[in-house]
Design a protein around this ligand. Sequence first.
Ligand SMILES: CC(C)(COP(=O)(O)OP(=O)(O)OC[C@H]1O[C@@H](n2cnc3c(N)ncnc32)[C@H](O)[C@@H]1OP(=O)(O)O)[C@@H](O)C(=O)NCCC(=O)NCCS
Length: 177
Amino acid sequence: MKVLHMSSRSFVRERPLPSDLVLRPERVDDDPAIEALYASAFGPGRHVRTASRIREGTRPEPSVSFVADRRGLVIGAIRQTPVAVGGAPTLMLGPLAVAETAAKQGIGRALLLRSIEAARYTDAAAIVLVGDEPFYGPSGFKRVPHGSIVMPGPVEAHRLLQLPLRATVSGPLTRRR
Ligand SMILES: CC(C)(COP(=O)(O)OP(=O)(O)OC[C@H]1O[C@@H](n2cnc3c(N)ncnc32)[C@H](O)[C@@H]1OP(=O)(O)O)[C@@H](O)C(=O)NCCC(=O)NCCS
């Protein structure tokens, strides 16, 4: 069955997922598998990036963090971390990764849509991320006008994206807890 997801700004068609695959909330015991997936997708340089530095020492928000589980194997994962932007509760999305062996089956987009939908039930005003606009744009993410969100380290300005849930956030991005 094809499901049409409606965000405030776009329609994204979610492909039917392979029948042996479930998307489920991540559990604490998934940590090693998720870390291995991220290490393979992003390589050793990932820890020095600004987004990683912000996430350091903060648990991802469990209600919006999901894994793609194929018969007990984690083959995809998405996380969001609570932050604040200009004092407003905000979620910072990422990392999102799918195992290379399972790429292009719709799993990445399905994880993204599931995580966005779950975020609507949190107190977050918006979701921000650092990523590729061509991938995230169809789900409603838009480029942040230069300088309107002040990151605590260097990011490529054209990769800083925002999806407003209740409001458009602006100001300095800081840790929430
Ligand atoms: C990006 C990623 C999560 C996509 O997962 P996936 O399960 O292959 O994605 P889907 O099958 O749902 O969607 C694939 C579509 O997204 C497109 N896509 C993938 N990466 C993209 C990118 N960086 N920019 C634009 N489009 C992209 C593919 O071309 C494909 O398009 P098509 O459906 O028109 O053929 C996966 O490739 C990955 O883990 N990459 C390495 C880590 C990474 O870059 N994560 C994103 C951080 S910004």
